[in-house]
Design a protein around this ligand. Sequence first.
Ligand code: NAP
Length: 642
Amino acid sequence: MGAIDSHVTDEEIRSALDAAHVPSLLLALVHLTGDLSLIRGDIRPAPEFLSDAQDGVPDEAQARARQLAFDVLVAARDSAQELPGDPDDAALVEMMAYLTGQQVAPEYLEFLTAELAMRGEDAYAQPALESVSRQARQQLKVIIIGAGMSGILTAIRLQEAGIPFEIIEKNADVGGTWYENTYPGCRVDSGNHVYSYSFRPKDWPQYFSSQPVLREYFADAADAYGLREHIRFRTEVLSATLDESHGLWRVSVRDAHGVESELSAHAVVSAVGQLNRPKMPDLPGVGSFVGPCFHSARWQHDVDLSGKRVGVIGTGGSAFQFVPHLAEVAEQVTVFQRTAPWVVLNDQYFAEVPDGVHWLMKHIPFYAKWFRFSVFWKSAEGLLASVTADEGWNRPEESVGEANAVLRQQLLDAMREQLGDDDELMRLCTPDYPPGAKRALIDDGRWFRTLQRENVVLHGDGIESICERGIIDAQGREHHFDVLIYGTGFSASDFLTPMRIHGVGGVELHQQWNGDPRAFKGISFPGFPNLFCCYGPNTNIVVNSSIIFFSECEVRYILGCLAELAARGPGTLMDVRQDVHDAYNERIDAGNAQMAWGQSTVNTWYKNSAGRITQNWPFRLIDFWQQCRQPDVADYRFSRGG
Ligand code: NAP
């Protein structure tokens, strides 16, 4: 069979091409023809942060590209033409430059070919496992804490590696954040074609899918790999204690009946996420409101909100998504904003993926892969320059550099377009910190349209306290509500709480941190051998991309550590060296100091009480990918229990 199915019709091709992302399409044609001249002409993307869905390719050039593609695809179909073979490295570098509109460092080549499995590779496979016998791997036992996105991922990789594992999950089902957050309007804010496991692409129904679709994606992954039989549901980990003499972790758990028991394993992988312990505001009177009252992550679906006066605290990612739905049913919604969010408009945010795009992804080799890379670039590496500080730039309430100032103005212009001549709303919605100092929120303008509704009030004067009937604002005015909803986020910086974790010499991890969580590569903690973490300190993202990318890198690294433990035999302990850990954290701190989130003085949960950024990764994603390829044994001290 040729590269293009001989049964596809001219009409199918034509109508699919109407929906094509033109830059990805032309790159797919290069694979089909081997002809680089297709991307050397004047049909060129010029992607920008706020660029359109076609990345700046003008309409007239799009039409030419579609006609060109039609001719190439029909010819390929009719001649039953095979793919001519992989583009060589030089060609791939040129293709990346074409898509991104800039020279891309050659080091991305390996990343690209692996991440996109351009040549059929498994990007995150851990080669070190191959040198360890299956028997040695089977002697290890690993406990994974959490069956959300990264716990499922860890389990899949351990299963592939033949390493026995058990997952402890506090909820009644898998899915983590996508299981817990059921508030109306909940959907992902990273492009779904990147927000998916590299080895399990999906033909997503929307560019940014809703919570039920994501929950199903992770549940399907768990089912496909038969993971449920390895999971203890409705069981919470209370503590983990290192038994140095046996080279084991003793993990105490409590099941749904309140029965406590102890499990043991050679290694523990924490995959508990960061955003799962709802945080109530530290306001006087919390708890005194007499009506229905709940946190967004514990949405009470049985509370009828129609015709009600509803108070909302918070304008973070969650409130941003549920308030527009609330406004449709409630009589009156008052939103209490402490800090205005930056809003990025994206026309595709609620859009269905058109049939034509589904068709292209299915029928045109490499179209889906280049589209994924385009989403990756535009949401990650391509954004870093605009949130990086320029030396000597000193406008901390506004911007951190020239590119950042341009971005700020673009965002303000877009906001003004949405809010028209409503100067008061414009004032309230304008953040007093640089773009990138907090994660921006994405929609197609729905938030701004909601704020302009008759039944919605955005309140920006602060809250003094919660009272029996509602909220007392900073001016002492009382606002009465029927229902109060907290969109106040999570205890993200209290990593691994409320578990108590005792390592070498009985030291407790949180006491060791003393409010300043740190890790080596976000994964290992000195004094806590064989404890590995997904989504640990300094692995969070501000500019978008996908947290799944980080988890895939982390799990590959952890598999490398486990390969080392298996090779040295059960009972081996590997403990990251303090000096290595400290030097790593110095580098991270220096990196964060250069970024908008490190420079700005705005209050965020990325910082600890001393102002140190404990959450964020400051460098390129390729740097994280590279540092997680496999552990360097020189970074660790090895010992044997007993
Ligand atoms: P969040 O981003 O932490 O936002 C919490 C909001 O509550 C902020 O507006 C905060 O104001 C406000 N707040 C907290 N304490 C307050 C107090 N005492 N008084 C007044 N206001 C208070 O939490 P979230 O919205 O639940 O989002 C959590 C994370 O999940 C974010 O990283 C978000 O990006 C992510 N998320 C992602 C998606 C998605 O993928 N689509 C959806 C939802 C959430 P300040 O800003 O002043 O602190």
